[in-house]
Design a protein around this ligand. Structure first.
Ligand SMILES: Nc1ncnc2c1ncn2[C@@H]1O[C@H](COP(=O)(O)OP(=O)(O)O)[C@@H](O)[C@H]1O
Ligand SMILES: N[C@@H](CCOP(=O)(O)O)C(=O)O
Length: 315
C-alpha cells in the first residue's frame, strides 16, 4: 500500500483552500505506487491527485515542477501541477513536500494494443521534439556514470557467468558511448513503463510519475519504452508493437544517424539499467515497506535477447 503518511479529511479540506480547486467531497488513499503517498481527491468541481513526497531528493522537486509545467504548456498529456493563489505549486503538508495534480483519465495498459503503442510513440516523439528546448538541467541519475560504479555492489549476488556478463557489458558501453554523448539531448521521462501511463480506450489519457525525469540522451527514453512496451514474455522484441511505436515516434522526430548506430547498444544498456536497479532493491537496499520488488530476472532475460541483435528500425 502506498499511504505512508495518513491524512484526514479536515487536513485536506484546509489544504485545498490554498487553491482554486473547489471544496473537498471525498478523499481516498491509493494502494498502488511504491515511493510516495498518493490520494485521490474529489472536490465539488474536479478530480485531483495529492502526492506527498516521502523520499528522494527533495531539492530536485522544482525541476519536476518546471518540467511538468513546460510539457503541460506545450499540450502534452501530463499532469501539470496546480498552482496556489500566489502562483506556487510546491507546498508542504503534514511536514512533507506536497503537490496537487489533475487526475488523468484511464487505466494502465498491461497488453497494449497496436493503436495504444502508436499513440504512445506519437506522444513520446512530440514530447521529445519540445523537450529538446526545455532549459532546466538534471543529469540522468541512471546513465553510465551510475551503472559503472553501482554494478560492483551486486556482483557478489550473481553467478560467475552473470558477473562476467554485467562487467563486460559495462566495459562495452564505456568504449562505445565514451564520456561525452553526441546523441540528441533533451528532457526525458526516464521511466516510461506501461504503469506510468493511463489509457482511456485507445486514447492516451496521461503520462505520470516524472520523478526519474532528467536531461540526457533522448534515445535512452525511447529504448526504455521499447524494452517494456514491445517485449514478449520470452524477452524477444514484438515486431508489431516495436514498429508501431517507432513509426509513430518518427512522424514527430526522426532519429539521427548517430542514434540509429547507437540503438542496439542503447537497448542493451537500458535493459541492464533495470536489471541492476532491481537487483539493488532486492539485495542491497530493500525498501522499509513490504511491497513486492520488481523481478530483476525479467531484465536479465531481456538483455540476453538484445545481445542476439535488434530488429531493423522502421525508416
Ligand atoms: N495524475 C494522476 N492521474 C491519475 N492517476 C494518478 C496520477 N498520479 C498518480 N496516479 C495513480 O497513483 C498511482 C501511484 O502514483 P505514482 O506517482 O506512480 O506513485 P509512486 O511514485 O509511489 O510509485 C499510479 O499508479 C496511478 O494509478
Ligand atoms: N519502474 C522501475 C522502477 C524505477 O526505477 P528506479 O531506478 O528509480 O528504482 C522498475 O520497473 O524497476
Amino acid at each position: 500500500m502506498a499511504v505512508f503518511t495518513p491524512l484526514d479529511d479536515a487536513q485536506v479540506a484546509d489544504f485545498l483552500t490554498r487553491f482554486e480547486a473547489g471544496s473537498l467531497k471525498e478523499l481516498k488513499g491509493v494502494a498502488s505506487g511504491t515511493e510516495n503517498t498518493t490520494y485521490f481527491v474529489t472536490t465539488d468541481s474536479r478530480e485531483l491527485v495529492l502526492t506527498l513526497f516521502e523520499q528522494g531528493e527533495h531539492e530536485e522537486l522544482p525541476f519536476f515542477v518546471d518540467l511538468l509545467d513546460y510539457l503541460d504548456e506545450h499540450r502534452l498529456p501530463v499532469p501539470g501541477p496546480l498552482h496556489d493563489r500566489d502562483g506556487v505549486a510546491l507546498q508542504s503538508l503534514a511536514g512533507k513536500p506536497a503537490l496537487l495534480f489533475p487526475r488523468m483519465p484511464g487505466k494502465h495498459p498491461t497488453a497494449p494494443s497496436i493503436a495504444q503503442c502508436s499513440a504512445l510513440g506519437d506522444t513520446l516523439g512530440h514530447m521529445h521534439s519540445v523537450s529538446r528546448h526545455f532549459e532546466g538541467q538534471r543529469p540522468n541519475p541512471r546513465d553510465l556514470h551510475w551503472l559503472a560504479p553501482m554494478h560492483h555492489r551486486v556482483l557478489a549476488y550473481l553467478s560467475p557467468e552473470d558477473q562476467a556478463l554485467m562487467s563486460d557489458e559495462i566495459d562495452t558501453y564505456q568504449a562505445f558511448f565514451g564520456d561525452a554523448s553526441d546523441l540528441p539531448q533533451g528532457a526525458i521521462h526516464g521511466d516510461l513503463f506501461r504503469d506510468n501511463t493511463l489509457f482511456d480506450g485507445e486514447q492516451l489519457g496521461g503520462i505520470i510519475d516524472f520523478y526519474n525525469g532528467c536531461t540526457g540522451d533522448l534515445l535512452f527514453d525511447l529504448a526504455i519504452v521499447i524494452n517494456d512496451w514491445a517485449t514478449d514474455d520470452d524477452g524477444r522484441l514484438n515486431k508489431e508493437r516495436h514498429d508501431a511505436i517507432l513509426t509513430a515516434y518518427q512522424t514527430r522526430r526522426e532519429l539521427t544517424c548517430s542514434e540509429r548506430d547507437a540503438w542496439p547498444m542503447m537497448l542493451r544498456m537500458t535493459a541492464l539499467r533495470y536489471w541492476l536497479s532491481r537487483l539493488l532493491v532486492v539485495y542491497v537496499d530493500p525498501p522499509a515497506h513490504d511491497l513486492t520488488p520488481h523481478d530483476p530476472q525479467r531484465f536479465r532475460t531481456i538483455l540476453g535477447q538484445r545481445l542476439k541483435g535488434a530488429l531493423p528500425l522502421p525508416a
